[in-house]
Design a protein around this ligand. Structure first.
Ligand code: ADP
Ligand code: MG
Length: 567
C-alpha cells in the first residue's frame, strides 16, 4: 500500500499514460489489491482491478459456501453487498470521463452465477472496475489516492468480512438459493414441469421492469386439484400449484392473467431474490419459450414435421432463409430447441403465428392440404410428448381445438387458476371439431446439425471484433446477432458471456464434425470445471462482468448468426 501511495504521488499531475505504472499487486491491511489493466484514457472502459481477501481474514463459515448452490448464493449476496457499499462510499463521476467511478457487476432480480465475485477455499475475490481519475488528461493523484486508500478499504471491509456483514441476511440468502435448487430437483422426481407457490406475486411493475407489481396484485393461489406440498430443507413446508408433465392448456378471458402466469413460468428457469414475488416459482431449467420471429435467419433446419410442400418445391428438411415468416420461424425455433435438448416448450397465443397454431375444419375444407404447407402445432403437440417426452404449456384463449389434445386445462379467472379439464373434455365430446388430423402419425427424428468453422467470422478489418451491446445485440465481426426474441435471456452480462463463449467455442471446439449440442456440452463441461473465466479472450485481466447463460440461449444466438454455416 505504501508503494502504491508513493507511485500515485509521483505520477500526480502527469499525463494519463503514466497510470500504466500502477499495474501490479499491492498488500493492504485486509486484502491484496491487483491492478490488472489500466485504461488508456479517462473515457475508455474503466480499469480492471481485483480485491482478494484471504478466507482466514474474511472468515465466512464453511457452511455458507461448501455446496454449489450455497456458494453461488453467497457470491451473489456478497456482490450485492459490495455494490451497496460502493453506493454508500463513492461519489460517482468526479473529473473527466469515467473518473472516480467504482463498479461491480452485481445482479438484478435473478440469482445467477457471475464472475464479479468468486469464493474459493483460500479467498474471496471481488472483481471491480475503476475509473482512474483525471482532469482533462492530467492524472488526479490526490483523488486516486483517496479512492484506493480510503474508499476501497471501506467498501471491502464492510462487505467482504464476515463479522461486518449481516450474518442472518447472508444465511437467509444462501438458504433461499438452496431451497430453490431443491424444488428444481424435486420437479424431476415428481414428474412436474413447473411449481408456483401459493402467495407468489406474478405480475410485474411494468412492461419494462422485472420488479414486482407495487400494489393491488392478486397473490397466486393453487386450485385444490393441483396443489402440491413440498418440504424444503430450510423453509419447511410450502404449498403451490404443480404443473404435471404432458400437455397443459391455459385458457381464460382476455386480461385474466394468462400471459402473466406463462411469463412467470418462463422466468422460473432462473432463481429469484427474496422479495421478487417469484422466489418459489420454479420451472425445469431447460424450458424454452417458443414464439414467432419473422425476419430471422434459418440455416438448414429440418422443419418438415411442420412445413412441407412450399411453393416451387423449396426444401424443408434443410430449410434456409434470410427472412423467415412467422410460421417458419416458429417451426425452426421448436426444432432448434429440441436439437439442443429441452423437456418443456412454452407458447403464448399472443406471440405465435395463428396459422402455425390452428387450422380449423372450415379452412381445411376450403384450402386443400396440398396447397397448405403448414401442419399446425395442434397436430404435433401430443407426438412431442409421446415420442420425446417433451411437455408443453400453452396459453390459448382463442381456439377450443386444443381441448382434444390437452391433459390438463387451467382456466385463469380474475387471476385465479381453476382446473376445467373435465368441462373442456365434455365440450370436446359434444362439439367435435370435425377437423382431420394432419401431418402423419409421427413427429420424426431430430437431426443434429454440424456447424462449420468458416461460418464464424469474428474479424473486422483484420482485428477480432466480438462485442455485446446491451441485452439483445451481439456484434460478431461484420454482422449483428439480434437476440430480442430470446425472451429467457435476462441479463446483459449473460449476453456478454454468450458473445465470448461463441468466439471461444468456434476457435476451440468447432471441428466440422461434432453437432452443435455436443459442442455446447463440451464447452459447458469445461466451464463447470474451470469457471466462466475461461471463455474470456483477455489474458491477465479479469472478466468480471459475465453471468452464466443457459445453453439454450447460446444456441439461440448461434442459430441467429447470419453467417452461420452447417454441414
Ligand atoms: P391475458 O394474457 O389473460 O390477456 P395478462 O396476463 O396480459 O392477461 O394480464 C393482464 C393484466 O393484468 C396485466 O396488466 C397484468 O399486469 C395484470 N395482472 C396479471 N396478473 C395479475 C395479478 N395476479 N394481480 C393483479 N394484476 C395482474
Ligand atoms: Mg395474453
Amino acid at each position: 500500500m505504501e508503494r502504491l501511495i508513493q507511485l500515485l504521488k509521483r505520477i500526480d499531475g502527469k499525463g494519463y499514460k503514466a497510470y500504466k505504472d500502477l499495474v501490479g499487486a499491492y498488500d493492504f491491511v485486509d486484502f491484496t489489491l491487483f491492478i490488472d489493466h489500466v485504461q488508456g484514457d479517462p473515457f475508455a472502459p474503466p480499469s480492471r482491478i481485483r480485491v482478494r481477501v484471504d478466507m482466514e481474514r474474511a472468515a465466512f463459515p464453511k457452511e455458507l459456501w461448501t455446496t454449489k448452490p450455497r456458494r453461488v448464493g453467497l457470491q451473489d449476496y456478497l456482490s450485492r453487498q459490495v455494490a451497496a457499499q460502493i453506493k454508500n462510499n463513492v461519489g460517482g463521476v468526479r473529473g473527466t470521463g469515467k473518473s472516480g467511478l467504482i463498479l461491480i457487476d452485481s445482479g438484478g432480480q435473478e440469482i445467477l452465477e457471475r464472475t464479479a465475485l468468486v469464493i474459493r477455499p483460500q479467498y474471496v475475490e471481488a472483481r471491480l472496475s475503476i475509473g482512474l481519475p483525471a482532469f482533462g488528461r492530467k492524472i488526479a493523484g490526490a483523488l486516486a489516492l483517496k479512492m484506493f486508500t480510503e474508499e476501497l478499504p471501506k467498501i471491502i471491509k464492510s462487505s467482504l468480512i464476515y463479522t461486518n456483514v449481516a450474518a442472518d441476511e447472508a444465511l437467509a440468502f444462501v438458504q433461499l438459493k438452496e431451497d430453490q435448487q431443491f424444488i428444481r430437483e424435486e420437479l424431476v422426481r415428481r414428474r412436474l414441469v413447473s411449481f408456483i407457490a401459493n402467495g407468489s406475486i406474478l405480475p410485474r411493475e411494468s412492461g419494462v421492469s422485472q420488479k414486482p407489481m407495487k400494489g393491488g396484485a392478486v397473490p397466486f393461489e393453487a386450485p385444490a386439484e393441483l396443489t402440491v406440498e413440498l418440504n424444503l430443507p430450510n423453509r419447511g413446508l410450502i404449498k403451490g400449484m404443480g404443473i404435471p408433465e404432458g400437455v397443459t392448456l391455459i385458457v381464460g378471458g382476455g386480461y385474466h392473467g394468462k400471459s402473466t402466469l406463462l411469463k412467470a413460468v418462463e422466468r422460473g428457469v432462473y432463481d429469484h431474490i427474496s422479495g421478487d414475488g417469484r422466489e418459489f416459482v420454479i420451472t425445469r431449467h431447460d424450458a424454452v419459450k417458443i414464439r414467432a420471429e419473422d425476419g430471422r435467419r434459418i440455416e438448414k433446419v429440418d422443419i418438415s414435421p411442420f412445413i412441407n410442400n412450399l411453393p416451387f418445391g423449396k426444401n424443408t428438411s434443410a430449410f434456409c432463409t434470410d427472412d423467415a415468416s412467422g410460421s417458419t420461424s416458429q417451426a425452426a425455433n421448436i426444432i432448434e430447441a429440441l436439437e439442443i435438448g429441452t423437456s418443456l416448450l412454452l407458447l403464448d397465443e399472443d406471440t405465435s403465428a395463428t396459422n402455425f397454431m390452428i387450422r380449423d375444419a372450415r379452412m381445411q375444407a376450403l384450402v386443400a392440404k396440398d396447397k397448405e404447407p403448414i401442419t399446425p402445432f395442434v397436430d404435433k403437440i401430443r407426438q412431442l410428448y409421446r415420442e420425446m417426452g417433451v411437455s408443453t404449456v400453452l396459453v390459448m384463449g382463442g381456439s377450443g381445438d386444443y381441448f382434444d389434445v390437452a391433459d390438463l386445462v387451467i382456466m385463469m379467472d380474475e387471476y385465479k387458476p381453476l382446473v376445467v379439464t373435465d368441462k373442456a373434455r365434455e365440450i370436446a365430446r359434444e362439439r367435435p371439431t370435425n377437423r382431420r388430423p394432419e401431418g402423419g402419425p409421427q413427429f420424426g427424428r431430430i437431426k443434429g446439425r454440424v456447424p462449420l468453422r468458416q461460418g464464424f467470422r469474428p474479424g473486422l478489418g483484420g482485428k477480432t471484433k466480438v462485442e455485446a451491446k446491451g441485452l439483445s445485440t451481439i456484434v460478431f465481426g461484420s454482422t449483428a446477432i439480434d437476440l430480442s426474441f430470446l425472451e429467457q435471456l435476462v441479463d446483459a452480462s449473460q449476453t456478454r458471456a454468450i458473445a465470448d463463449l461463441i468466439l471461444y467455442l468456434s476457435r476451440k471446439y468447432v471441428d466440422n464434425q461434432r453437432p452443435l449440442a455436443h459442442l455446447l456440452q463440451a464447452v459447458y463441461d469445461e466451464v463447470e470445471e474451470k469457471g466462466l473465466d475461461v471463455i474470456s479472450p483477455f489474458s491477465g485481466r479479469h472478466p468480471g462482468d459475465y453471468a452464466m447463460p443457459r445453453r439454450q440461449e447460446v444456441a439461440g444466438a448461434i442459430n441467429r448468426l447470419r453467417t452461420l454455416m452447417v454441414k
